[in-house]
Write a protein that binds this ligand. Structure first.
Ligand SMILES: Cc1cc2nc3c(=O)[nH]c(=O)nc-3n(C[C@H](O)[C@H](O)[C@H](O)COP(=O)(O)O)c2cc1C
Length: 197
């Protein structure tokens, strides 16, 4: 990793059999890779599932299995300077599995920016994104105004994983530029004065 590069955790928020999430996730990873200022770490909730039973408040999970599952994800989220959440829209919201991943973490989100790449049938996933903003505000995260959205996601990528609409790449650049601005600003501020939640 180059000096001063930002670490971006890209969270892939769908686990459905036959999901389109990987096409969208691979595409945004490619957009990140084309820049020199950030490096992405893909957190795919199929590859690294999290427990769905929560422990008693304030206590760690009782089972080794649950602790091992968390150990595969939580340190990577803690190390991230910023996040990109890739989310579909399910019933005008975001998938339950993504909420589960969010809820397992607290300080990992604090004072960090979050950008969105959303997709769906007709809404481009925008309702999922608006609901995520409410949730992430509770976790002291800063959501980026500009996002990337794909309507009718199954029509949006060619056989090489490229987005068919050139506007998608332009939208990703705006979102990632703003994400980088906030990530640098917050990283610098936290180095000066730790964030107190
Ligand atoms: C349970 C479920 C609910 C859905 N609800 C919506 C919806 O409210 N709005 C929409 O635009 N698309 C909706 N869709 C379509 C999905 O956004 C679309 O199929 C997308 O590909 C799902 O992401 P995935 O393929 O990564 O699972 C829904 C799909 C599923 C499976």
């Amino acid at each position: 990793m180059k000096d001063n590069q930002l670490k971006i955790a890209v969270i892939l928020g769908s686990t459905r059999d036959g999901r389109f999430g990987p096409a969208v996730g691979t595409w945004i990873l490619d957009q990140v890779a084309q820049r020199g200022d950030m490096e992405a770490d893909l957190i795919d909730l199929v590859e690294t599932p999290l427990p769905t039973v929560f422990p008693v408040l304030g206590q760690p999970p009782a089972s080794h299995e649950a602790r091992d599952l968390l150990a595969a994800v939580s340190p990577r989220m803690a190390a991230a300077d910023a996040f990109v959440i890739v989310t579909p829209e399910y019933n005008h919201s975001f998938p339950a599995i993504l909420k589960n991943a969010i809820d397992w973490h607290t300080t990992e989100w604090h004072a960090k920016p979050v950008g969105f790449v959303s997709y769906g049938a007709f809404s481009a996933g925008l309702r999922a994104v608006e609901q995520l903003r409410l949730v992430l505000a509770e976790l002291h995260a800063v959501t980026i105004r500009d996002s990337v959205g794909f309507q009718r996601v199954w029509e949006q990528f060619d056989g090489h994983g490229k987005a068919v609409d050139p506007a998608a790449g332009a939208a990703a650049k705006v979102m990632l530029d703003r994400l980088a601005w906030w990530a640098h600003a917050l990283r610098d501020a936290k180095a000066l004065r730790p964030y107190a939640a």
